[in-house]
Write a protein that binds this ligand. Structure first.
Ligand SMILES: *Cc1c(COP(=O)(O)O)cnc(C)c1O
Length: 428
């Protein structure tokens, strides 16, 4: 493989775009590489500007449940575009996708669409605070809820209870009401509720953490959060930007049989266009303007192209009774295959997986929270990533990211992936 053109394009991009990218992880900084510039995608494959082909395990960080250029979504976008691309006025497609989403996801009655997961998570917290009338929220170290100021607090080592910004430009006043707990550690949550009695509006959690590598919840963790929130009269917010419509039709709520009060969506819900959404029972959602006192708005929210793409994606899922079983079988096949190879070559590894989300940590022992994930981030992943890329497999360029399988992957693609794993570790 050669990357001449990608290297040139990256040099050019860096002249005009900070770091050459519009979202930091794309720069391949974590893996000491030069990002591959993508020309097109089809099904399970990506093709870069140098003409290299890859089997894709990023899938645009999750949205491409059926792989790239999924025909019904593409057709819907083309058809809608011909009618005009934005009106800033209500369109029928908005209610259609809203009704469909509400019918698929347990425990929600109304939904509002926005333009990104960041916006959705930010608005969900504002709504929770407005509804409950308290100011503090709890988030978990290593969980990502987009880049709104209040979420950008450090994981760090140990359990810090006061928000310390992890980005320049974020003021203390923006994070002072964000409390930090440890994932899979209910006692860390209880102790915050005891310490800040009567002040906590909500707990926000990724029901399967996907932004510290894939870290599934321990048995009872989500149920425990549900009970704690109910007990202290705080809202439980599931950030299902990754897990929504990926683990199951009804997302993590259905998969783990635990109901949240507010659910946040992104990624799949937009079918590959920029969409986020948040949803809850009517009494909570009716706190939003224009009905209620919590302000939230967007010039391009509910954009016709985005809604059409999302609608076709959700409709495909609804009409396809077995996509999650297929994804589970493919996930299991890949996990089993990699497990056998790493054992054969005597490599320390941990594979975490929930359905079609998974990741590899090159370490011994369980990865259950940010501390253990952080300790497991080492240069083995960098070598693995670069080896896999050379062998035609496009993985997320960081051990803090989750692999997303698409239904477009065939078992032959999975076998090719395992051959690439074999080749890569033999070159270690
Ligand atoms: C991707 C992601 C977000 C942010 O969504 P954007 O569309 O990138 O703003 C929020 N929460 C989780 C869990 C995510 O994975």
């Amino acid at each position: 493989m050669h990357y001449t053109r990608s290297s040139e394009l990256f040099r050019h991009a860096q002249c005009y775009i900070p770091g050459g990218v519009n979202s930091p992880v794309r720069a391949f900084k974590n893996v000491d590489g030069v990002p591959v510039f993508i020309k097109r995608g089809k099904g399970a494959y990506l093709y870069d500007e140098d003409g290299n082909e890859y089997i894709d395990y990023v899938n645009s960080w999750g949205p491409m449940l059926y792989g790239h250029a999924f025909p019904p979504v593409i057709q819907a976008i083309i058809d809608k575009a011909k009618l005009g691309t934005s009106f800033g006025a209500p369109t029928t497609m908005e209610s259609q996708i809203a009704q469909l989403a509400v019918s698929m996801v347990p425990g929600i009655e109304k939904i509002r669409f926005v333009n990104s997961g960041t916006e959705a998570a930010m608005s969900a917290v504002r709504l929770a605070r407005g509804y409950v009338g308290k100011r503090k929220i709890i988030k978990f170290a290593g969980c990502y809820h987009g880049h709104a100021d209040g979420f950008l607090i450090a994981g760090g080592s140990g359990l810090s209870t006061l928000g310390i910004a992890s980005s320049a430009g974020v003021t203390e006043s923006a994070t002072v009401d964000t409390l930090l707990a440890s994932y899979n550690d209910l006692e860390s949550v209880r102790s915050l509720f005891r310490k800040f009695k009567g002040e906590i509006a909500a707990v926000i959690v990724e029901p399967v953490a996907g932004n510290m590598g894939c870290v599934p919840p321990d048995n009872g963790f989500l149920k425990g959060l549900r009970n704690i929130c109910t007990h202290y009269e705080a809202l439980l917010i599931f950030d299902e930007v990754m897990t929504g419509f990926r683990l199951a039709k009804g997302g993590a709520q259905e998969y783990f049989k635990v109901l949240a009060d507010i659910v946040v969506f992104g990624k799949i819900v937009g079918g590959g266009l920029p969409v986020g959404a948040f949803a809850a029972k009517s009494d909570i959602m009716n706190e939003l303007a224009p009905v209620g006192a919590v302000y939230q708005a967007g010039t391009l929210s509910g954009n016709p192209l985005a809604m059409a793409a999302g609608y076709e994606m959700l409709r495909a899922i609804t009409e396809d009774g077995t996509v999650y079983e297929r994804l589970e079988r493919k996930g299991q096949y890949l996990e089993d295959g990699m497990t056998a190879l790493f054992r054969k070559y005597n490599i320390d590894f941990t594979i975490n997986r929930a359905g079609s989300m998974c990741s590899i940590f090159f370490c011994r022992g369980k990865i259950t929270n940010f501390e253990t994930a952080h300790a497991a981030a080492n240069d083995m992943f960098t070598r693995f990533f670069n080896g896999m890329l050379k062998n035609g497999i496009y993985l997320p360029p960081s051990s803090y990211e989750t692999w997303f399988l698409s239904d477009a992957l065939s078992f032959n693609d999975l076998d090719r992936t395992l051959e690439a794993v074999d080749l890569t570790i033999r070159q270690f």
